[in-house]
Design a protein around this ligand. Structure first.
Ligand SMILES: Nc1nc2c(ncn2[C@@H]2O[C@H](COP(=O)(O)OP(=O)(O)OP(=O)(O)O)[C@@H](O)[C@H]2O)c(=O)[nH]1
Length: 296
């Protein structure tokens, strides 16, 4: 028995648990097969499940039709409708065209199984936590690399379809090794948190950020043309330059370098866009750091 172990078991008052209002909605979670762990919320707007990247729940597997089925909220219940899929939609092992959904139902979509969980379920909170941990970086709260790359891929498809502008940047903390070496790794971690908090407060609601390396971050800027993206990146760089970062026992000046590239004919896919931003970042470092360089 450890010193903190009580001699007797403490009584627990069983309560109904945290109040979860009905309006909290429902979610779908892939619990088996391709797309495992993916989670999406469902609302009155139909959530489509399919192999098309624009589906709300995108499952990249040949057994899943491009537009396989959809789930939506109709007044006080949730419903599923098959969209003429090749392999049919199964609700708890029964083929369905249209059907009501109940908390805990299983939908078989090709070789994947998707669980429907109503917002009132305690299990939804558990899955939310697991999903958060699987998709976000614990230190900074940004998307982790895998999730970020996935979001970038989807946003590129969306931008290409709607012919919208989109910019991509890689941001890297300058001479970060020095901070670690002089102040210790924990202080380095604290700087990482403070820098990302500064970036977050300067980001637009539609910007998407991910931690793609140790002290390197990706930033996707939907709807921003080259000029606006440059101004935005400069503003983020200046915000970090002007912020004060507490790194015991002294406060350290911290700067970032940014490589920026625009989605378009010169950089038509994720790989070329990231390569261009990375090369521009390298040039920013070579040119003396604390600057934004735009890819050719
Ligand atoms: N504290 C801390 N350090 C990290 C983490 N991830 C990576 N690092 C450190 O980040 C440092 C990156 O160093 P370098 O790649 O040499 O780059 P730099 O010192 O920032 O120099 P430039 O990029 O050229 O400006 C290394 O010392 C890594 O150990 C982390 O999660 N926490």
């Amino acid at each position: 028995m450890t010193p903190s172990d009580p001699d007797t078991t403490q009584r627990t008052l069983i309560s109904p648990g945290p109040a979860r209002p009905e309006e909290q909605g429902a979610c779908l979670i892939v619990i088996h097969g391709a797309g495992l762990g993916q989670r999406v919320d469902v609302g009155t707007c139909p959530t489509r499940i399919g192999r098309d990247r624009e589906c709300g729940l995108y499952i990249a597997h040949p057994s899943v039709s491009r537009r396989h089925c959809e789930i939506w909220r109709a007044e006080d219940r949730y419903r599923v409708r098959d969209l003429g899929s090749t392999n049919a939609t199964y609700l708890n092992d029964r083929v369905v065209e249209v059907a009501d959904l109940a908390d805990g139902d299983h939908l078989t979509i090709g070789e994947s199984i998707v669980k429907f969980i109503s917002g009132a379920s305690v299990e939804a909170g558990y899955h939310e936590e697991v999903h958060q941990q699987a998709t976000h970086d614990g230190l900074t709260g940004f998307y982790n690399r895998r999730q970020f790359l996935d979001v970038v891929e989807r946003e590129l498809v969306r931008a290409a379809r709607s012919d919208a502008a989109l910019a991509f940047a890689i941001l890297d903390i300058d001479l970060f090794k020095r901070i670690n070496d002089s102040c210790g790794h924990l202080a380095g971690d604290s700087v990482l948190r403070q820098v990302t908090a500064t970036l977050r407060s300067g980001m637009r609601a539609s910007d998407v950020a991910g931690r793609i390396g140790g002290e390197e971050f990706g930033l996707l800027m939907p709807e921003l043309g080259a000029e606006a993206a440059l101004a935005h990146a400069q503003a983020l760089r200046v915000a970090v330059e002007q912020a004060t970062f507490a790194v015991a026992p002294v406060s350290h000046p911290v700067t970032i370098s940014i490589g920026l590239a625009s989605f378009g004919p010169s950089h038509p896919d994720r790989a070329s866009l990231m390569r261009a931003a990375d090369l521009a970042l390298y040039r920013a470092k070579q040119a003396g750091r604390n600057r934004v360089v735009v890819a050719e």
